[in-house]
Design a protein around this ligand. Structure first.
Ligand code: URA
Length: 272
């Protein structure tokens, strides 16, 4: 069995389904993109996500590669926490996330999980929040769902860390694997927004409803959001199922494959 076949088998997509008379899946996804795309690429139209009003006093600084905490004065000038976060560089942002206690989640987790990958990646994949494995290892998507995500990446010829960045909506593991709550998301979202501003990805893939809702700024059934391009601050956004959901509902992997093809096609278009 060659590697491609192994990946497709993992995704429950082997032998590859193909519509009669239709081109290969990536091309048919391209056709779908042309017919259903509601947002022209590169043109912002998404609603800004409501920023958090919560304050966190700590940001970071980097000296010769070493991270040390520095105190960001609260209430200084008129700068909101979001504005302060919006000015941080990578080492400062990492330190601020590492030391963050701005919401209740930090008290119940082992460590924050910042994100991983190429900091100049064209591709950004966004999940919900760390689970037990991620909490233990400090890296997103390292458990079973992460293995499936790695295979999903391979299916479109991507590899973790190579032109790919992976992050979550919240950086701390919610207790008992519950979904993060609205205020927790609002408090943590400025970190992801800053990560996005620093990475400048060409395409974002939201994995699951929590990521979709947080990035879109409104709630809708995931099934109704799939299959077309959305927009996050001018960056094309594709919404697909969360790998953990796909592990529980393997029949949906075919739809996730369509979404990945749509994403690959959209990426090709923005690269042109
Ligand atoms: N699920 C997520 O949403 N993120 C992770 O990092 C792991 C599992």
């Amino acid at each position: 069995m060659d590697r491609n076949e192994a990946v497709l088998r993992e995704l429950n997509l082997y032998p590859l389904w193909q519509r009669r008379g239709a081109p290969a899946p990536i091309e048919s996804a391209a056709a779908a993109f042309h017919s259903v795309s509601s947002v022209p690429l590169g043109k912002p139209s998404g609603q800004p996500v409501e920023p958090s009003k919560a304050a966190s006093p700590v940001a970071g600084d980097s000296v010769a590669g070493e991270q040390r905490a520095v105190v960001v004065p609260m209430g200084v000038a008129d700068k909101s926490r979001e504005q302060l976060i919006g000015e941080l560089d990578w080492p400062q942002l990492k330190a601020m996330v590492r030391d963050c206690t701005a919401c209740r989640l930090r008290a119940g987790c082992t460590q924050t999980v910042f994100g991983v990958g190429d900091e100049q990646a064209e591709w950004l994949f966004v999940g919900e929040g760390p689970g037990a494995d991620e909490d233990a290892q400090g890296e997103p998507f390292v458990g079973q769902a992460g293995k499936l995500l790695d295979n999903m990446l391979l299916a479109i010829k991507l590899r973790r860390g190579k032109n790919v960045y992976i992050a979550n909506i919240v950086k701390c593991r919610p207790p008992n694997n519950r979904a993060p709550e609205r205020d927790e998301i609002a408090t943590c979202l400025p970190y992801l927004q800053r990560q996005i501003a620093l990475i400048k990805p060409k395409l974002i893939v939201a994995l699951g409803k929590t990521a979709a809702t947080a990035l879109l700024g409104h709630d809708a059934a995931l099934g109704s959001l799939r299959g077309r391009l959305h927009d996050f601050s001018g960056i094309p956004l594709i919404i697909t199922y969360h790998p953990a959901y796909l592990l529980r509902s393997p029949m949906e992997k075919a739809k996730a494959w369509q979404d990945l093809c749509l994403a690959a096609d959209a990426m090709q278009k923005v690269q042109e």
